[in-house]
Design a binder for this molecule. Structure first.
Ligand code: GLN
Length: 453
């Protein structure tokens, strides 16, 4: 814990932590030590972790990196983090993220952008770590913590993991409790770990997962020993290679990485089959209707009265307006406007309802594929390596949204997906591959992920 606290201090330039909790960390570490001495230590005793600022932490400021929650100190702990503390983990502090987890580069945070510890060969320019869990990925990659919590609504665990050569798994929808996690799009949001290795991710997920009566969408089935899946033979497993993910104009190095990953799995005894997921091309536009629609509803609670920022006004409506105008950043406002529009009486059928139908078709594509005996699907994690701060999405937000092309389908279908570091681009930057699994079959992803890693 002391070593990591020192590393955090030395790497403040990355802006990965938005709140450091050294006193709490040392107290938790001492408690873990005492338990180890007594022989009743949990599986994560003394393991120092960073917590995305989307998870409510009792007595520790939790902001979702939004001004509107700027001074919010929860009186309760999220289920996921309380399970980590139950198992002995130590909290080093809270990690930066895109405001309300909306973004793919961690540039929309009210605390400013996060730096990626990786650099292009021969350049000192600071690159983004991806988003929205950019603080989590950067902190794990820079060895500021041994692992981190993260959340993924459309790729926010897997894309930053791919940009930083870390491992990130978004479990099946319902695997982890969403209780005490600031809501973005409730039917898509899932918590998961970002870790240094597939094994570490397996250990962390085991603690984070499990049924919670406080979240009715969390599923009441046993949590397997994920670590036992590591090193298990993948011989005879059927790996689907979806032809629709072969995009026009995809960089040759991503194409090459994808073939290499397939070859490694084949060498380990897996069988490769070409599969088709015909509705893939509608996933991104449908996601950018469903996610903002749910966000506009979830964010209605930030009225400047119940939490955080309070502004003055001549009457209550003006007070709401002033709080929301001051408290939300540009990307969040854009999502709220899109969301309210697609849910409005005249447009509901044309946009929201249609997007929901597309979502059903996307889910069915995957079901058809798994029904043919496919165990997992291999795709690139991102269409490019990390890009520079300020390089994308300035004038055209859609340019930023295109980052999520390989990841959003998984959330739309509620499936588990893991991103594993697999190689580097021509400038020495990390690239990742993604494996998509059957519902609640994270174990297969750990077994296959370890082969690629
Ligand atoms: N980049 C996507 C978005 O901005 C996904 C974010 C996430 O997974 N939280 O909506």
């Amino acid at each position: 814990t002391d070593a990591h606290l020192g590393a955090i201090e030395a790497a403040r330039v990355l802006n990965a932590f938005v709140m450091e909790t050294p006193d709490q960390a040392r107290a938790m570490a001492r408690e873990a030590d005492a338990k180890i001495a007594k022989g009743d230590a949990g599986p994560l005793a003394g393991i120092p972790l960073g917590i995305k600022d989307l998870f409510a932490t009792k007595g520790v400021r939790t902001t979702a990196c939004s001004n509107i929650l700027g001074n919010f100190v929860p009186t309760y702990e999220s289920t996921v983090t309380s399970q980590l503390w139950r198992d002995g983990a130590v909290m080093l502090g809270k990690l930066n993220n895109d405001e309300f987890a909306m973004g793919s580069s961690n540039e929309t945070s009210c605390f400013g952008p996060v730096g990626n510890p990786w650099r292009r060969d021969g350049s000192n320019a600071t690159l983004v770590p991806g988003g929205s869990s950019g603080g989590s990925a950067s902190a794990v990659a820079a060895l500021l913590c041994m692992g981190a919590t993260a959340t993924d609504t459309g790729g926010s665990i897997r894309q930053p993991a791919a940009f930083t050569a870390t491992v990130g798994i978004k479990p099946t929808y319902g695997r982890c409790s969403r209780w005490g996690v600031v809501a973005f799009a409730s039917s898509l949001d899932q918590a998961g770990p970002i870790a240094r290795s597939v094994r570490d991710a397996a250990m962390l997920l085991r603690s984070m997962a499990g049924h919670d009566p406080k979240d009715t969408t969390s599923v009441d089935i046993p949590v397997p020993d994920y670590e036992a899946a590591i090193g298990k033979s993948v011989k005879g497993m059927k790996i689907g290679i979806p032809r629709e993910y072969r995009l026009d104009g995809m960089p040759a190095e991503i194409e090459k990485l994808w073939s290499e990953g397939a070859a490694w799995l084949k060498a380990a005894g897996a069988e490769l089959v070409e599969v088709s997921l015909p509705h893939t091309k509608y996933a991104l536009p449908a996601y950018y209707i469903v996610a903002p629609a749910e966000a506009s509803s979830n964010l209605a609670r930030y009225d400047g009265v119940r939490y955080g920022l309070r502004e003055q006004g001549k009457n209550i409506i003006e007070m709401y307006e002033n709080a929301r105008a001051e408290g939300f950043g540009a990307e969040v406002k854009r999502r709220v406007m899109i969301g309210t529009y697609v849910l409005s009486a005249g447009y509901y059928d044309a946009y929201y309802l249609r997007a929901q139908k597309v979502r059903t078709l996307i889910k069915k594509d995957f079901e058809d594929c798994f029904a043919k005996g496919v165990d997992a699907i291999l795709t690139p994690a991102t269409p490019s390596a990390a890009f520079g701060i300020g390089e994308k999405g300035g004038a055209d937000p859609v340019e930023m949204y295109l980052n999520d092309i390989f990841t959003v389908t998984v959330n739309m279908a509620g499936l588990p997906g893991i991103a594993v570091p697999a190689g580097k681009d021509g400038q020495g930057l990390p690239l990742g591959l993604q494996l998509i699994g059957r519902p609640f079959d994270e174990e297969t992803l750990f077994s296959l992920g370890e082969v690629i890693e």
